[in-house]
Design a protein around this ligand. Structure first.
Ligand SMILES: NC(=O)c1ccc[n+]([C@@H]2O[C@H](COP(=O)([O-])OP(=O)(O)OC[C@H]3O[C@@H](n4cnc5c(N)ncnc54)[C@H](O)[C@@H]3O)[C@@H](O)[C@H]2O)c1
Length: 263
């Protein structure tokens, strides 16, 4: 059966775990050759191996996505290994929790670098290749945290809002060159919660987070991968500059309590 991305070449940053790994696997299953780029060389290599074992094509590279030389090398790897670059998924991002007035400049700069500067770099190095090809798609991972505030996440809120508006400008600048640029805004996604919090606290966190979503649960990485694959494919051919929310309904809510009588 024909895949949605047959013959395409894609890069996935932070492709070693969570949303990135699920998307790398899905891209490959849809026929794309995938460069899996991650801060953890071990995780990148593991996802590459899984794709190869399933009969797909992939390469792995260890990178810090906030490092210009690393993103340049990743783009070069796509060209050298697979001959072109059709899909750039700028997915790296990180949060550090602290109140704004207690946030150190180092912490602020780290979150902005890994979350927003990495997206800028992905665009900076992918766009010239795509302009020369006269085709290409960029998808950036933003967040609903880029559309609203969260307690203790000021640097992340600012960085993800930056990703959303950078997406719009990149879409405008490149629309006439056959390049589409969009972002996805996930709600709470069930990624490495257990590794970060430990099993007991992770279960509690999943329950609390799940209950905050009208759908009643957190999202799964594969659900975001499905949205990203749609944006990467020709099925979204008239969509550019958009922020696609995939959040189980959480941003549909004003935050007002349930009205008496509304069962
Ligand atoms: N999980 C959520 O609830 C959620 C919600 C909205 C948005 N997001 C965004 O989705 C993206 C992926 O998040 P996730 O939850 O899948 O992450 P994850 O924690 O499951 O995996 C993150 C991966 O990124 C890699 N990584 C970390 N820093 C990196 C860097 N500087 N360069 C390259 N790779 C790096 C890690 O090694 C890891 O393999 C991030 O941009 C995140 O902000 C996540």
């Amino acid at each position: 059966m024909a895949g949605k991305l047959d013959g395409k070449v894609a890069i996935v940053t932070a492709g070693g775990a969570g949303i990135g790994a699920a998307t790398a696997r899905r891209f490959a299953a849809e026929g794309a050759a995938v460069v899996v780029a991650d801060l953890s060389g071990t995780r990148a290599e593991q996802v590459r191996g899984e794709i190869a074992a399933a009969g797909g094509r992939a390469a792995a590279i260890k990178i810090d996505a906030s490092d210009p030389a690393a993103i340049e090398a990743t783009v070069r790897m796509a060209i050298d290994s697979f001959g072109r670059l059709d899909v750039m998924f700028n997915n790296a991002g990180m949060a550090e929790v602290s109140l704004i007035h207690e946030t150190s400049l180092e912490s602020w700069s780290r979150v902005i670098a890994v979350t927003l500067t990495s997206t800028f770099l992905g665009l900076k190095y992918a766009i010239p290749i795509m302009r020369a090809q006269k085709s290409g798609v960029v998808i950036n991972t933003a967040s609903i945290s880029g559309t609203r505030g969260d307690y203790g996440m000021g640097s992340y809120n600012a960085a993800k809002a930056g990703v959303i508006n950078l997406t719009r400008t990149a879409a405008l600048e490149n629309a006439r060159f056959g390049i589409r640029v969009n972002c996805v805004c996930p709600g709470g996604i069930n990624t490495r919660v257990a590794q970060v919090l430990g099993k007991d606290r992770a279960d509690e966190f999943r329950r609390t987070m799940g209950a905050a979503h009208p759908i009643g649960r957190m999202g799964e990485p594969e659900e975001i991968a499905a949205t990203v694959t749609f944006l990467a494919s020709d099925e979204s051919s008239f969509i550019t500059g958009a922020s696609i929310v995939a959040d189980g309904g959480i941003t549909a809510w004003t935050g007002m309590p349930r009205m008496p009588g509304a069962k």
